[in-house]
Design a protein around this ligand. Structure first.
Ligand code: ADP
Ligand code: MG
Length: 710
């Protein structure tokens, strides 16, 4: 653990490594600042004539903070982040050293694209790509031991303009959703609103283990999860862990992470223990969608680095431990207008509440039409082991509203909007006296639903902890944009027919809530009964992860994403290919690591234990000891398990050979149908001998060892 030092106060360091508006205002001429601010708010494109001025100010700021390099920082389709560092330092013609960073360096850079996945959109001979500054996310400095790098958040494109990153798709989806949200507000007659931003805040779950112990296990090292081992009976969970005191060692780690993140302008709002042993959660303060996705990458990166310093092993895997809770990334989202109003906040003001219900209904409508895309967006290798198990939401998408809001919708559906029963204009009561209930409902919310309304925002709980947020956020915003589109068409028609906006909206809400009833479910989504019912409602389109990935290519999804301007069909094909390849590669690694762990560790351990027991049992019998039958049974079990494991791993090897000849799609199915069940069998065989192995012979730290932080 790093030695104790005097820590600065959070307040004093907050944002100190971000080139934020404060810095911009101070360091830029007023007109340049105004242009940049307009670009940041998405009101106008950045004029390249100001680039040199901005670059100079940015460089001076960065150098004053100790940075000596700069890099365009982007999210390749492989879900991590990438940066290629270039030094500020150059020399003039006389050999005098000087720091240089020009406008064109800021605006555009040309990392070699050939090492990043493209899904086949680009042939290798045209391996060039370029990254371009995204001014909506501020530049920041990543400090290293001896210097630092100015990171410029960027998008990454191939030379033909096709995106090689996640951010471009995300920005397009934001554009689609935010422009329609603006249109909705205009229809309600809102004039003063300058823009609407999608807001996102993600709760990040993770496990922390003692590093020296964890690194003794190849499965943790290479896969981030255990491939053998299981919790000892009656030791699965310490019920008092959740919201219990955070262990001192973890707290010290969290404090260091939070301080480094504060410098980067990332505000961690809450931290606590999670349901499983050694599991924890961080939640940052929400912010604009793309910034929030960038911040989540920074959070994960900072956590990884700091874990090493604290001799901890950090796991973001969705299911590191058998029979224990997995880790998710709950994505909370809403819209906020330029006046700071949350558009998903119920209101006691009638008109505002109708606006709220219009946005809410639009989202539900979008989900009922395009839930396949949401499912696709969380179809990742890690989620294969998590979704539907131990407190994770099921793979079937549904929306939970909670009693209060479901009641408002019901009131509208049941005819409050009908002329005959409608109270006098403007006094329509949408269950508003019940509003205080929202507070109560907020605390006992339904945790089994993959998408839930939680009082003033929606929460998507299916995304996995290790996922880059950009894909699920892109999916959510595209779906919302499509829902808004359909809602607005109906709404607009009524207004054109002369209806008052609020009345027209109520009628439209009624209309669309009937259309989207199939996706709403208020019950327990974990039950078998719901799974049957969901099937009847037509909500089950994919049962496996590869089928889920295929939903990216569902014709209605392709059409919608094209209409919303988020993906072209060609781009989507490439995206789909990458997701499938990534799935296959991931599980392939698990297969190979499992094979090695069995042959290098478990089989030799069984032999050692077997010889030890055989010799001692024989010695006991020589002494005339009676009652060795049970002992011999263990001997037989060890021997039989060894034979079984040999056979099973040989099967695994054969399976891998067969897979090598398959197409990616066949390969993915073979993983689900054959590899995963076989790996589970191997695990069962290995786990059945674990209890008979002595501490010295045990090849890898077991669960009890691994899940202890002392
Ligand atoms: P919960 O409701 O799950 O108990 P919190 O209120 O702590 O949780 O919020 C969880 C996450 O939701 C946080 O990251 C928070 O910033 C985010 N969040 C809260 N309000 C919004 C909003 N209007 N838009 C997007 N995210 C939000
Ligand atoms: Mg939450």
């Amino acid at each position: 653990m790093p030695e104790a030092k005097e820590y600065p106060k959070m307040k004093d360091i907050y944002g100190s490594l971000v080139f934020d508006r404060r810095e911009m205002k101070q360091r830029l001429p007023k007109d340049v600042y105004e242009m940049l601010a307009a670009a940041i708010e998405g009101r106008q494109k950045l004029d390249s004539s100001v680039a040199d001025t901005v670059a100079l100010a940015m460089k001076d700021w960065a150098v004053s903070k100790g940075a000596d390099h700069w890099a365009h920082w982007f999210h390749p389709l492989s879900e991590t982040t990438a940066e290629k560092h270039a030094a500020f330092l150059t020399a003039d013609e006389n050999g005098n050293p000087l720091n240089s960073f020009r406008g064109k360096d800021l605006m555009q850079s040309e990392p070699d694209a050939s090492s990043f996945p493209s899904g086949g959109t680009r042939s290798t001979f045209e391996a060039r790509g370029y990254s371009a500054w995204d001014p909506t996310s501020p530049a920041f400095i990543i400090r290293s031991k001896k210097g630092g790098t100015l990171c410029i958040p960027s998008v990454f494109l191939a030379y033909d303009g096709s995106p090689l990153d996640l951010k471009t798709y995300l920005l397009r989806a934001m554009q689609a959703a935010e422009s329609r949200a603006m249109k909705m507000l205009k229809l309600f007659g809102n004039r003063g609103v300058r823009y609407v931003h999608a807001t996102v805040g993600a709760e990040q779950e993770f496990f922390l283990l003692d590093r020296p112990r964890a690194q003794k296990r190849p499965d943790i090292r290479f896969c981030g999860r255990t491939l053998v081992g299981s919790p000892p009976p009656r030791d699965q969970k310490m019920e008092d862990h959740y919201f219990g005191a955070i262990p001192a060692r973890v707290l010290s780690y969290m404090e260091d992470v939070q301080r480094d993140l504060a410098r980067l302008g990332v505000d961690i709002a809450t931290r606590h223990n999670e349901a499983a042993r050694c599991q924890f959660e961080f939640a940052p303060k929400f912010t604009e969608a793309n910034l929030s996705c960038d911040q989540n990458q920074l959070i994960m990166e900072t956590m990884r680095k700091m874990a090493r310093e604290h001799e901890l092993r950090l796991l973001f895997h969705e299911k590191p431990f058998q029979e224990m809770n997995g880790s998710g990334k709950h994505i909370n989202f809403s819209f906020e207008d330029s006046e700071g109003r949350n558009l998903l906040k119920p209101s006691t003001n009638h008109r505002r509440n109708v606006i709220f219900l219009s946005f809410l209904s639009s989202f539900i409508l979008g989900v009922s039409r395009h839930f396949g895309l949401l499912q696709a967006s969380v179809s990742t290798p890690g989620n294969m082991y998590r979704l539907g198990g131990h407190e994770a939401p099921p793979f079937i998408i549904s929306v939970y509203l909670g009693e209060t809001v479901a009641g408002m919708i019901r009131a509208i559906e049941e005819g409050y909007g009908d002329d005959s029963v409608r109270p006098a204009k403007g006094t329509l009561d949408l269950g508003l006296p019940k509003l205080p209930d929202i507070v109560a409902f907020d605390s006992d919310r339904n945790r089994t639903s993959p998408i839930a309304f939680t009082g003033n925002k929606f929460e998507f709980r299916a995304p996995g902890a290790s996922q880059a947020m950009a894909t699920p956020v892109m999916a959510l915003l595209s779906v919302w944009a499509a829902g808004l589109d359909e809602f607005i068409k109906l709404f607009e028609k009524r207004i054109d027919d002369g209806e008052d906006a609020v009345e027209a909206a109520i009628q439209t809400i009624r209309e669309v809530s009937e259309m989207s009833r199939n996706i709403r479910f208020e019950g327990d989504a974990y039950t078998e009964k719901w799974h049957k019912e969901a099937e009847g409602r037509g909500l089950v389109k994919a049962r496996t992860i590869p089928q889920g990935i295929d939903l990216f290519m569902e014709p209605s999804t392709v059409k919608m994403l094209e209409e919303m301007g988020v993906f072209t069909k060609k781009e989507l094909e490439a995206f789909h290919t990458i997701k499938l390849e990534n799935f296959v590669k991931n599980i392939e690694i698990e297969m190979s690591v499992l094979r090695d762990m069995v042959w290098e560790g478990i089989l030799p351990a069984i032999s050692k234990q077997l010889i030890l027991e055989r010799d001692s049992c024989a010695a006991a019998e020589e002494l005339g000891t009676e009652g060795t039958d049970g002992w011999k049974q263990i001997l037989s079990h060890l021997a039989a398990s060894k034979i079984k494991l040999i056979k099973q791993t040989q099967e695994l090897a054969k399976l891998r050979e067969r897979m090598a000849a398959m197409t990616t799609r066949e390969h993915a199915d073979a993983i689900v149908d054959s590899a995963v069940p076989l790996m589970a069998e191997i695990r069962r065989s290995a786990d059945s001998v674990e209890v008979y192995l002595s501490n010295e012979i045990m090849p890898y730290p077991n669960y009890r060892n691994l899940l202890s932080l002392s």
